[in-house]
Design a protein around this ligand. Structure first.
Ligand code: FE2
Ligand code: FE2
Length: 211
């Protein structure tokens, strides 16, 4: 959550190409996130918990309009970084990005429900506001991006705190045993380990070998 990449991204001078590299690789994670949720949803054991989950879904898809879905907001940011839409489709994901996505599809689809809950709850919704606090200054100090252009990030700092509350409710309800706790922790730790590798990969891609 406080990876060296994030610290460097928020404080060092970055050129347009470095910002674009970050943004395109990170977009790969943004556009797939909702799949983790759809994997997890049918595994939730009780009905009203599914209703709780629904509010997170509504935010992800964009309330009332797809133009405010989270990937759509992210693409506004890509556009303002000078990236045309064919660049989004053409980008070759880093190996760390591919591994991250494959692991999270697995954790949310094939693993125990509590493992998936740990990966998406504590390791995403809870962790994201801290990480995005580093990203926004990095983007805005090194470009002419307006507050509206970085809305994807600023909005998550607020919304994901609310989402974390939803996940905490599910956790309180379903994690009653030590075994449950360790499954949840295992999911969160696995997710954070893949996240660390993701930032490692981005550090190399954005900054090269000079530390
Ligand atoms: Fe989101
Ligand atoms: Fe969220």
């Amino acid at each position: 959550m406080h990876h060296p990449f994030l610290k460097r991204f928020s404080t060092e001078k970055l050129n347009q190409e470095q910002l674009q590299t970050f943004a395109l690789q990170h977009y790969q994670l943004v556009k797939i996130f909702v799949n983790y949720m759809t994997n997890l949803l049918p595994k939730i054991p009780d009905r009203d918990a599914a209703d709780l989950f629904r509010t997170v879904f509504d935010d992800e898809f964009g309330q009332h309009t797809i133009f405010r879905s989270h990937p759509a907001l992210y693409r506004n940011c890509l556009k303002s970084l000078g990236l045309p839409d064919d660049a989004w489709g053409r980008v070759k994901p880093l190996p760390e990005v591919r591994q991250y996505i494959e692991a999270h599809l697995r954790l949310t689809r094939d693993a125990d429900f509590l493992i998936g809950l740990g990966a998406v709850g504590p390791a995403h919704e809870f962790a994201i506001p801290t990480m995005f606090d580093y990203i926004i200054p990095g983007l805005q100090n090194n470009s002419a991006l307006t507050d509206e252009d970085v809305e994807y990030f600023s909005m998550h700092i607020i919304e994901d705190k609310e989402h974390a509350v939803v996940f905490n409710k599910l956790i309180v309800r379903h994690v009653k045993t030590e075994e449950g706790q360790s499954l949840l922790r295992d999911g969160a730790m696995q997710s954070l380990a893949y996240r660390k590798r993701f930032w490692d990969g981005l550090e190399l891609a954005v900054f090269g070998n000079n530390t």
